[in-house]
Design a protein around this ligand. Structure first.
Ligand SMILES: *Cc1c(COP(=O)(O)O)cnc(C)c1O
Length: 388
């Protein structure tokens, strides 16, 4: 049985928690205390909603994909349009929420780590607007592969620090960010970009991304007068998926389907282990080290996954499936051609699964597919793949 203190430390079944050195635990406790203090504060909520509307551009539409629905001849497909947010994806919802919290805590400086650069760009963007100093840690190899995103972050006023320890990848960047946090926590807030990491981060990220399903639930009830048959979202660390699921978890008749890339099938093939300070399903190699993964969608390329997804899988409340790179690429083109919407390669995995199952469902069924981001960032990559 779990003790109360463990429950308070953010366990979802056996998953989650906080496996960190004592000096870091003190900082996490301080963040948790402030998150709990402000999350339901009416003024805080009002401020968050203000920026969601005026800066991010919410609410995002729930678009009926009429052409795709007719083409497949089964379930009605609705698209939750996170691609229409400022900066082109869902990440900004969480970034703005955490920066507002950091400001309440008196922080003047935001640090973050980024692999492909998407979270770094969202963080640098909001820091520019809120007048916060911004430092982004990035593996040296990643800074070279993502030179354009490095330039974008610098254009937005952020300082990008290349980390060349170890393999010069995301893991080393996370370690540097944690060292910075421990040394500077009095004026610094560490902004994590997905529903991962030690408590309270997974709960905090879910809280700020839940706006996706808060809106989609209201929207589908307005449009259809009933709840969807299923909600489908891609899963990297799991933030857009947990935000898309949040307001349906207690609606037992709504199926929740998370889609992973076949090349990083954390929930489908992983084993429970502690990674980056929390317990989750993880892909490990023979030596017990996190396995290097490769997905065509940079945002899905992570050997771990949020603890709440690990629990939703274990408890059977949500289903997790995989989609191959080939099917995702096909969906990328299909949605572009049928609806005039170019989805991010990450989101294309969710679209691909919807395409797989919609035709076998009845016309009374409704699918909500979360389009986590727009595909403009991926067009050049896909162009190169097609011209090889
Ligand atoms: C980062 C990203 C993802 C993956 O992150 P999650 O935390 O799993 O949501 C998915 N889609 C897009 C467009 C992204 O930028």
């Amino acid at each position: 049985m779990q003790s109360v203190s463990e429950v308070n430390k953010g366990y979802f079944g056996e998953f989650g928690g906080s496996y960190v050195p004592e000096e870091l635990q003190k900082v996490l406790d301080y963040i948790e205390e402030n998150f709990l203090k402000y999350k339901d504060d009416p003024q805080f909520i009002e401020e968050y909603k203000y920026y969601m509307k005026e800066y991010v551009g919410r609410e995002t539409p729930l678009t009926f994909a009429k052409n795709l629905t007719e083409k497949l001849g089964g379930a009605k497909i609705y698209l939750k349009r996170e691609d229409l947010n400022h900066t082109g994806a869902h990440k900004i919802n969480n970034v703005v929420g955490q920066i507002l919290l950091a400001k309440r805590m008196g922080a003047k400086r935001i640090i973050a780590e980024t692999g492909a650069g998407q979270h770094g760009v969202a963080t640098a963007t909001a820091c520019a607007m809120f007048g916060m100093e911004c430092v982004i840690y990035m593996g040296k190899e990643d800074t070279e592969r993502q030179a354009l995103n490095v330039f974008r972050m610098e254009l937005l006023g952020a300082k990008v620090v290349p980390v060349d320890k170890g393999q010069g990848r995301l893991k080393e960047a996370v370690d540097e960010a944690l060292n910075d946090l421990i040394a500077n926590y009095k004026n610094t807030f560490y902004l994590i970009g997905s529903a991962v990491g030690p408590h309270p981060y997974p709960s905090m990220v879910k809280h700020f991304q839940a706006i996706i399903s808060e809106e989609s639930k209201r929207q589908i009830l307005e449009k259809e007068g009933k709840l969807p048959t299923a909600v489908i979202a891609c899963v990297g660390g799991g933030s857009n998926a947990i935000g898309s699921f949040a307001n349906y978890i207690d609606e037992k008749d709504v199926r929740l389907i998370g889609v992973e890339p076949a090349e990083a099938p954390t929930l489908t093939e992983g084993v429970p282990a502690v990674l980056h300070g929390y317990k989750c399903f993880t892909l490990l190699d023979e030596k017990g080290e996190p396995m290097p993964t490769y997905s065509i969608a940079a945002g899905l390329d992570y050997p771990g996954v949020g603890p709440e997804h690990s629990f939703l899988k274990d408890s059977g409340r949500a289903e997790y499936v995989t989609v191959s790179a080939k099917d995702a690429l096909e969906a990328f083109q299909t949605l572009s051609k049928t609806e005039g919407i170019i989805p991010a390669l990450e989101s294309s995995h969710a679209v691909a699964h919807a395409i797989k199952i919609a035709g076998q469902m009845s016309k009374d069924d409704i699918l909500i597919v979360n389009v986590s981001g727009r595909g403009d960032k991926d067009v050049e990559q896909v162009f190169k793949m097609f011209n090889k």
